[in-house]
Every structure is written in C-alpha cells, then in structure tokens.
Design a protein around this ligand. Structure first.
Ligand code: PMT
Length: 411
C-alpha cells in the first residue's frame, strides 16, 4: 500500500479510541498528533461513541472516522486491511480493560481489534480504567502478554479517578502520551548500548536459605522498557524477580552480587550508559554452608559472619573505558545529603535518590519519587521528581541522562 498523497513517511498514525470516560481527552490528543505532523485516521469502538461523537474527531482530523467492520461504504474507500497496512503506528487511547483483554487474546471481533491483528505497525496503548480493574491479576497478565507481543504501554497514571477512586489506572494526559510516543518515534537513544541492573540479589547462607531484600525489580524494568522504547540496545541484569522481560530487551538472570558483578563487567564493554538500579546486598555470608544448617537444641543464638560484597557500580565507574554511570540511592532519611555523598564517593555521573520510607513509593510499589542529582562542572545540579508511576520517572531519568550524554565526553 503506497502512502496517500501528502503523507509523511513514518508519520501515519491510526488512533483507536476505546469505551472509557477518558475518550473525551482523545479529541485533544488527535489535535496534538496533527500539530506534530502526523496524518491521523481514527477508529472508534462501538462503546467509545457513547463518550464522544465521531463527528468531533472527523472535524479535528479532516478524515472520516471508521466505526464498523461491516460498513460497505467505508470499505469501498479504504478497506480495513488497506487501513491496517497504511498505518506506521497504531495508538489506542483510551485502552479499556476489555479492549486490552481482547487484544491480548488475539480477538478480531470489531474493526479496531481486527486492524491490530492485521497490522505490522508499531503499537502503543494508553490504558485507562478503575484502579481495582488495573490492579486485578487478569489485567496484569494481559498487560504483560501485550508487552511481550510488542505493544508499548504508555502509563497509566496514578491519582484521582472519574469514579471517585484514587490510584493507578488513569489515562496519561495527552501531552504525556505525546512525549512517550515521540520518544519512540524519534528514537533518541538509537545506537546506544544501555546496561541496567534491577531487582534484589540473593546471598546464600546454605542450600535453602539466603539474605535478600524487598526490591521487586519494577523500577529497573521500567528503565529497561523506557530505554528500549527510545531505541537503545538494552541489557537488563536481573536479580530474582517475578516480572516478564520487557519487549526488545535482552535479559541476563543472576542471583548473587558476585554473579551480578561478573555480568556487569562483561556487558559494560562498549556500553554508553550504565544504570545501577539493583538493590545489591552489601554483605554476604563469609562461608555459606554446604548442607542445610540444623537447628541446635543446646544453642539459643547463632552467629553469622558476613563479609562485604563488591561495589558493582563503583567498579564500573572506575574503568578506563567507563560509560556514563547512573546510580540509585535508596534512603530513609537525609535523602539529598546521602545522594550527593554517593555521587562523589562512587564517582557517578548521576544519582537518582529515592526516599524508600514513604508508603506507596519505592520498594515494591508502582510509583516512585526522587531527586535527580548530577555533576555540573564543580557544582551539583538537581531536579526533584514528584510521586509518579515508575514508567514516567524512568522516562524522566533517561531524558536527563541523554541530554547529559550529549554534552559530556561520554557521547
Ligand atoms: O525494585 P523496586 O521494588 O522497583 O524498588 C526500586 C528500588 C527502591 C530498589 C530502586 O529505586 C533503588 O533505589 N535501587 C538502589 C537500591 C540500593 O541498593 O541503593 P544503595 O543506596 O544501597 O546503593 C547505591 C548504588 O550502588 C545503587 O545504584 C546500587 O545499585 C549500587 N550498589 C550498591 C551496593 C553494591 N554492592 N553494589 C552496587 O552496585
């Protein structure tokens, strides 16, 4: 299928609108897409038309809006397969829980799902639903499956919802959707190799017990997802976590800090950006027992001798061929002071200092807040990031790092 007259190659976007209250924001999104130079074709589900009239989208895009698979008049113009081939990108906003479920299972029971199945276009969706629906294991499974199938999920956001609830599930604002989309379209990290550590490490005490911590890997995986969406070659060195590998990311599973160091040193060769997001155990057992340690009736206490683990990020930062190095600082007090100390002591280029004492943020949570600290000549500059989904914070960290990379000798 050739491009229509006047369309820019790579800038043909099909905007799919699902049946959610956030559909009213899709009118503004269509306008922003047009302003950014996209040719926009809109497809609405039947339910979406209860929230916003097709005529509104038609007026904004200058194109007839498609709503039905079985519309002889529309098919006489551009058939649904032609439309599927025409699109360089498909963006669904809002993507409801039901639409996500149907797409995750390969349904083709209306025009939008059929187009998605028939198209090789790059695919994005901005989920929008009630917080309980978003947190339901079925939706989490569908979201993972969609990511594995190559969908890039933009959001959702967290906060007040139309139904009165508060929590994750709100559709990203159109401007934020555009930012996520433009990252992918412009691919500013194309050609860069990014290595990220994520999750906890496990330090064996004996064959059945270990020392570890509460890191879920969510922050590191969000960074890997965002870096891949920006076009980077991403290697994710992951401690044991229960997360699916993000699309387009090469994952290297490790257990202990020693394993993580070995993988990091191997992968840091030729690397442009190294991000240490893992919660690495600072100490390990000096001599893990070969067999399961037995409880002794004659002793009420047991002494474990621990020895220091290697500092992975400091080792990477000390290399002659060092990449741009970003460390995290997980603190429960004096956030900025400890963050600045780590920046200097570990010779890092940037520190993401997060307060892990706040409920709903940090370890295991979907949201995070942080102060980004980086060296600017002899001074240290800062950017405070408020509580937000980890996906959004990850984008902010990468954006800042990429602009620093372009202005330092690391570029
Ligand atoms: O995984 P989640 O549940 O999403 O939670 C995210 C997080 C809270 C774990 C993450 O945001 C975070 O703060 N990660 C770093 C946790 C940590 O170990 O911080 P630290 O202050 O102890 O270490 C400072 C830096 O040195 C970190 O970049 C760490 O990866 C690195 N380090 C630490 C010790 C060590 N032996 N080797 C290291 O490389």
């Amino acid at each position: 299928m050739s491009a229509l007259p006047g369309t820019l190659p790579g800038k043909r976007i099909l905007l799919g609108i699902g049946a959610g209250i956030a559909a009213y924001k899709s009118a503004h999104l269509a306008r922003l897409l047009k302003q950014a130079g996209f040719e926009v074709r809109v497809v609405m589900t039947e339910g979406a038309q209860a929230f916003i009239a097709p005529l509104t989208l038609q007026a904004l895009t200058g194109e007839a809006v498609r709503t039905s698979l079985l519309d002889p008049e529309a098919e006489a113009g551009m058939g649904h397969i032609e439309l599927a081939r025409w699109a360089d990108r498909i963006l669904i906003a809002p993507a409801t829980a039901d639409l996500m479920a149907r797409l995750a299972h390969g349904h083709a029971d209306d025009l939008l799902t059929t187009l998605c199945l028939a198209s090789h276009a790059e695919k994005f969706m901005a989920p929008a639903m009630n917080q309980a629906m978003w947190s339901h294991p079925a939706t989490a499974r569908n979201a993972h499956r969609l990511a594995e199938d190559g969908w890039q999920l933009l959001g959702p956001d967290s906060g007040d919802q139309a139904c009165g609830d508060v929590g994750p599930g709100r559709m990203l604002e159109p401007e934020d959707i555009m930012a996520g989309l433009s990252g992918a379209v412009e691919r500013p990290a194309e050609g860069l190799k990014v290595v990220i550590t994520a999750g906890p490490t496990r330090e064996a005490l004996d064959p059945v017990r270990y020392l570890s911590n509460h890191s879920s890997g969510k922050m590191g995986y969000a960074l890997a997802t965002a870096a891949a969406a920006l076009g980077a070659e991403v290697h994710l060195i992951s401690g044991p976590v229960a997360l699916a590998t993000p699309h387009g990311v090469t994952r290297h599973d490790v257990e202990s800090a020693d394993d993580m160091l070995a993988a990091a040193e191997r992968l840091a060769y030729d690397c442009d950006l190294f991000i240490g997001c893992a919660a690495v155990a600072d100490y390990r057992a000096e001599a893990p027992a070969e067999h399961k340690l037995k409880k002794r009736d004659d002793e009420d206490a047991m002494t474990l001798r621990l020895v220091k683990n290697p500092d992975i990020i400091a080792r990477i930062a000390a290399r002659d061929d060092r990449p741009f190095v970003i460390g995290f600082a997980a603190e429960t007090r004096d956030l900025e002071r400890y963050g600045r100390d780590k920046l200097t002591r570990k010779q890092l280029d940037m520190v993401v200092a997060n307060d892990v004492s706040q409920a709903g943020l940090g370890f295991g949570a979907d949201d995070n807040a942080a102060v980004l600290l980086w060296k600017d000549g002899n001074a240290i500059d800062r950017d405070a990031q408020p509580p937000q989904p980890k996906s959004r914070l990850a984008e902010a960290v990468l954006k800042r790092a990429l602009s620093r990379l372009n202005t330092t000798h690391h570029a």
